[in-house]
Ligand binder design. Sequence first.
Ligand code: AGV
Ligand code: CA
Length: 339
Amino acid sequence: MRQRKIFSRLILLIFVISNFSFGPSEFAQPTKKVIFDHDGGIDDLLSLMLLTQMDGIELIGVCVTPADCFLEDATISSLKILKLTGHDICQVAKGNNRAVNPFPNEWRAQPMVANALPRMLNTTENYAQLSKLSADEFMAEQIRSSVEPVTILITGPCSNFVSMLEKHPELKVKINEVVWMGGAVDVGGNVATHKHNKTAEWNAYWDPIATNSLLKQQLNLRLISLDVTNSVPVNLTFLQRLAQQSEFPLSDIAAQLWATTINTISSYEYTYFMWDVLATSYVNQPGLFEAERIELDSSIELPNEGQTFRSPGNNQWVNVVKQVDVDSFYEYVLYLLEE
Ligand code: AGV
Ligand code: CA
């Protein structure tokens, strides 16, 4: 398997150079310290798996937001994934936040399937890795004790992070970048509930007050919004490629997790996207992405509660990612799962 990984690293390198999207020096980046705050969806769990496989990333904590999941299930999944990937020091902390606008229960129950997969059942989680602190306090502790500035990756609502900043504003200077899968700027949203005008993205809508506060923080903030995630659906061509490498345990688990998402057909949305997986890839492959610097605001009221929109002159500058090299992104994900 090692040999095959070396071979495929070569192929990836050739692929990447031929696309002129990033050079070989990208493989020798200095280590980035990352805190990952996720909300337990299928693509959040896949993101955690991928993060553990990235060279140059040191995962210094995992926080769970009880949004697109049930908290206990997502905590167990996180512990199991860390165990499976040999990350036996990294701790997991549970968020104690409440939704302003909760996710539908069918969506929250969907990732329960993760803990029923054979390889996950055969992995016993280590509760010694569960932090006694709430997610916001745990996050503060990890930032405070880090010598270097920290990158925060958020793939659910930003409530834990905003609550951490409100309690410990002095830690802001130790944050290198915040990468958030959230928002929809120049495209439609994916919230289609009663009375909403469908301009908001779900993570931004779940806690619209936190979203609004995040935009005001003057941080180095990067949104991986629906503007770019719309270009990376989970499709059968990709799943076919993944199936071909299912002798690798992580590819096998990932293939099973993604298979549970392809029947995502509600009355208004037909596809499961790689929303969070795309945001996670950004952390280690920024060269694949193109962003626009935009002054952004958000709404805290119906009919557009949680909408993120342009607000020229408000001085709330945010990097909104608009494009990604789609082929290189899918290749990178396949490469990471060869383990
Ligand atoms: O809006 C995208 C966010 C991502 O963080 N989530 C799913 C991803 O984890 C909410 C969401 C939108 N549509 C969904 C979602 C769907 N059809 N099923 C489950 N979650
Ligand atoms: Ca998510």
